[in-house]
Design a protein around this ligand. Structure first.
Ligand code: F6P
Length: 369
């Protein structure tokens, strides 16, 4: 037991994902077991800005907190989303944001802050750690693209949702003898599309890690029709890109780009574009389906519930031991604590994205077509 009971803060930032509530539950149960108390800061980093904070980059109410007890979190393990809400508030963009956050932590008497998020939220956590704040990162994202951890919670649920959607789409595509292009989330990493696409037997799986060839897509769609196969199902990552020589056929350079508060370009639309091209070049009736935020909603899978709880427990244990500046992560089957800077990369420039190994893709090529 530490010398004095601690006051832990917790927040959930960035795009939500199934498994956040099990993390919160794991933290609160373990903290209480060890004699500590927990306060939740609402809406990601906005929770660490003073109430009513005025900054044009902050789009949500700031400075709201709630105490978290065992009774509050007892039944949240099966709920999707986050009881603490989430936002993409970027403290780096807020004038004197870090000073304000430190002030808020001091005002609430927080000993250690547990920040649950993806690369953006965790990059702020890492910088706050460098500024002397006692902080522990808990990696989260459906995209599964964070370095350091073998997997992120949320991914398993999202991949299962996408797989079930693809399973269903086979039958409607077949009844109408169509081609269906299914756009799947994941940003610049193809983990969800790969897992769902392979598991559901999609005829083509397009991921950002392997540039696709439009002519090969048309060839497959035509060959399936001519070979009496009735339908083609294509699982396509929102961040998939064509061969360099074909980029002009897919991307309109004049189309305005939208970015989020962390400078991430908002993806989407590739499914529609490909569907039009496929229909034009093959004559096969083609539709697109965007799975979108459906992949982030609803109850976490058994794996993500248990995984999230284990991460929460591990983070509370580290705080109890007086350890901070760490990222709790999955290595094989064990939860480990990594140096947050080593795990994520020291700066924006050196920050890494964990991408699907091309060898994994090559291994399933015989299943496509
Ligand atoms: O990072 C998670 C993610 O769901 C990505 O897969 C997707 O591109 C993005 O967030 C969507 O963000 P938003 O919720 O802001 O639309």
């Amino acid at each position: 037991m530490p010398s004095k009971p601690l006051h832990l803060g917790i927040l959930t930032g960035g795009g939500d994902c199934p498994g956040l509530n099990p993390v919160i539950r794991g933290v609160v149960y373990q903290a209480e077991t060890l004699g500590h108390r927990v306060t939740g800061f609402l809406r990601g980093w906005a929770g660490l800005l003073p109430p009513g904070h005025r900054d044009s980059s902050v789009k949500v109410p700031s400075g709201e907190t709630r105490p978290l007890t065992r009774a509050d979190v007892e039944l949240i393990h099966s709920e999707g989303g986050s009881i603490l809400f989430s936002s993409r508030t970027n403290l780096k963009k807020v004038k004197d944001g870090y000073a304000a956050a430190k002030e808020m932590l001091g005002r609430h008497g927080i000993d250690v802050l547990l920040a649950t998020g993806g690369d953006d939220t965790l990059s702020v956590a890492q910088e706050l750690h460098q500024e002397g704040v006692k902080i522990i990162g808990i990696p989260k994202t459906i995209d599964n693209d964070l370095p350091g951890t073998d997997q992120t919670f949320g991914f398993d649920t999202a991949a299962n949702i996408a797989m079930e959607a693809l399973d269903r789409l086979h039958s409607t595509a077949k009844s109408h003898e169509r081609c269906l292009v299914v756009e799947i989330m994941g940003r610049h990493a193809g983990w969800i599309t790969y897992a769902a696409g392979v598991a559901a037997g999609a005829h083509l799986v397009l991921v950002p890690e392997v540039k696709y060839d439009l002519d090969e897509i048309y060839r497959v769609v035509r060959a399936r029709r001519d070979g009496g196969k009735h339908h083609t199902l294509i699982a396509c990552s929102e961040g998939a890109v064509p061969l360099d020589s074909q980029i002009d056929e897919v991307v309109d350079p004049k189309a305005p780009k939208k970015y989020d508060a962390f400078g991430n370009v908002q993806l989407g639309g590739i499914g529609k574009t490909l569907a039009k091209l496929i229909e034009k070049h093959t004559g096969v009736e083609t539709r697109d389906v965007v799975l979108g935020h459906l992949q982030r909603g609803g109850a976490p899978t058994c794996f993500d519930r248990v995984f999230g709880m284990r991460l929460g427990i591990a983070a509370a244990n580290l705080a109890d031991q007086g350890i901070s500046g760490k990222l709790v992560a999955l290595k094989g089957t064990e939860i480990v604590a990594l140096d947050i800077t080593d795990a994520l990369g020291a700066t924006q420039e050196t920050r890494k994205t964990k991408r699907l190994p091309v060898a994994w893709y090559d291994a399933v090529r015989p299943f496509m077509g």
